[in-house]
Design a protein around this ligand. Sequence first.
Ligand SMILES: *[C@@H]1O[C@H](CO)[C@@H](O)[C@H](O)[C@H]1NC(C)=O
Ligand SMILES: *[C@@H]1O[C@H](CO)[C@@H](O)[C@H](O)[C@H]1NC(C)=O
Ligand SMILES: *[C@@H]1O[C@H](CO)[C@@H](O)[C@H](O)[C@H]1NC(C)=O
Ligand SMILES: *[C@@H]1O[C@H](CO)[C@@H](O)[C@H](O)[C@H]1NC(C)=O
Ligand SMILES: *[C@@H]1O[C@H](CO)[C@@H](O)[C@H](O)[C@H]1NC(C)=O
Ligand SMILES: *[C@@H]1O[C@H](CO)[C@@H](O)[C@H](O)[C@H]1NC(C)=O
Ligand SMILES: *[C@@H]1O[C@H](CO)[C@@H](O)[C@H](O)[C@H]1NC(C)=O
Length: 477
Amino acid sequence: MKIAFLLTIHFCLLVFAHCYGGNGYDPLENVLSIQRSKRSAQDHIELTAENSYSPVYVGPQDGLKDVDKISSLPGQPNGTDFDQYSGYVTVDPHHGRALFYYLAESPINSSTNPLVLWLNGGPGCSSFGNGAMMELGPFRVNADNVTLSRNKYAWNNVANVLFLESPAGVGFSYSNTSSDYKTGDIQTAKDSYTFLINWLERFPEYKSRDFYITGESYAGHYIPQLAQLIVQNNKITNQTVINLKGIALGNAYVDDETENTGLFDYFWTHAIISDEIHEGIISNCNFTEAGTITDACNDYKIQAFAAKSNIYFYDIYAPLCSPSSNSTPSISAFDPCTENYISSYLNIASVQQSLHAKPVKWESCNEYINKHWTDLPFTVLPVIQDLMATGISVWIYSGDTDARVPVTTSRYSIDKLQTSVKTPWYPWMYEEKVGGYVVGYQNLTFVTIRGAGHFVPSYQPARALAFFSSFLEGKLP
Ligand SMILES: *[C@@H]1O[C@H](CO)[C@@H](O)[C@H](O)[C@H]1NC(C)=O
Ligand SMILES: *[C@@H]1O[C@H](CO)[C@@H](O)[C@H](O)[C@H]1NC(C)=O
Ligand SMILES: *[C@@H]1O[C@H](CO)[C@@H](O)[C@H](O)[C@H]1NC(C)=O
Ligand SMILES: *[C@@H]1O[C@H](CO)[C@@H](O)[C@H](O)[C@H]1NC(C)=O
Ligand SMILES: *[C@@H]1O[C@H](CO)[C@@H](O)[C@H](O)[C@H]1NC(C)=O
Ligand SMILES: *[C@@H]1O[C@H](CO)[C@@H](O)[C@H](O)[C@H]1NC(C)=O
Ligand SMILES: *[C@@H]1O[C@H](CO)[C@@H](O)[C@H](O)[C@H]1NC(C)=O
């Protein structure tokens, strides 16, 4: 039994210690355990005080769009019929801080399709390596580590998708001032906003385009915070107005209390922990902001994480990557070793060159950034409530086989938002099968994606594209 267990240890864990999709690395739990231990020292932080706006840095962008055009990526399949761009946008010239982006335009209707920003979480994990190459981008890396295949359910079929590596230090993004790698929610939102203003100067054809922000996991913080900054700055300044139409948060960490309660209830209802551990958590843990963290509670939490054993936390019924198996990549049956292929591919010098990236050791997640995260509020639900009242479309979606930020957590968070049901719970269909379930609330839509884990478009690509298309069309699936 012990030997079998050792053999199935994820390869990623041995070679790429910070592989996001890999088994064993849990950036969200890491950042939260550090933050919870210093919670008492942390005050509520208002992201932006009204009227405190000072104009952001805007650098010269002339000609840079052409420089950023990707002629082709090594190993790319023939017949690629859309334009791709990637490169750096400087957000702080004094510190030498620059964020890396990758834009995949639509093959058809690119000039009228909306612009969608995608953000991965962590904090510290790469939106290009994880979001674009593993989840919703146009290509997947094959098991040979050097060729790509087309993802026919890529989200750029219906939108121009912009993947941003954020904050600096993540993926190919960097700063020449190493102290910038101690960062947090506030700086991340500000830099992402500065990035957008500059990027829209580089790509002026997108300036008045419908704009959406999507992402998952810890981006449950990034997305509402950036959206709030955009809404505020759109009012105060006479610079570029970003035409924000909506946000979609996937398996998102938005509130620390519901993260905890939802997590252990999910473990129990999915037969991952015993009655005794669940009851121990219920009677010893007070997960509210004012609640004290007791040793008894921590002990039960440790027991719960140990009891779940070696399952793939991000998609509980999925196979693990095993170095001995000959897994073949297929879009409908996600290859659990994909993260390894991506890590190899993105570290090939010619790949980095064709992406216009600085030559670096690319990593899926930056553990230093994660460990040194400086600020995060206990909850962003008040920010989401503010956004709901602005009239933009706010969607919360959830893959229902994720244990990391499970569907129970999303439902408890929605309870706390105190919005009323407009369209009651119903199954939504995709190709005559239930794709998941929907509830239309006042100013909020909740959608589940059946059979999808944390990285929703990786595990259920067709259903993910179907719900994403509905989101852009502004109607329930
Ligand atoms: C792509 O086209 C090139 C040149 O026409 C050809 O050599 C190559 O075999 C093709 N690759 C694939 C995967 O079809
Ligand atoms: C960082 O420093 C390098 C080397 O001096 C320089 O080439 C680069 O432009 C700097 N990056 C930024 C964003 O200023
Ligand atoms: C492109 O836009 C036209 C006009 O709005 C629409 O009829 C067509 O379905 C679109 N095609 C795709 C592939 O989005
Ligand atoms: C914004 O308005 C101020 C004051 O009216 C003006 O000085 C400034 O140049 C304007 N900025 C832009 C980007 O138009
Ligand atoms: C959790 O702790 C807070 C603050 O001490 C308290 O007000 C609340 O009643 C507690 N909740 C439970 C369920 O014990
Ligand atoms: C692909 O890269 C992984 C490491 O990320 C390595 O273990 C594997 O052997 C490589 N596969 C091939 C076919 O080279
Ligand atoms: C919904 O939005 C309207 C304004 O657009 C606002 O008055 C109302 O309070 C919002 N309701 C909720 C539950 O967010």
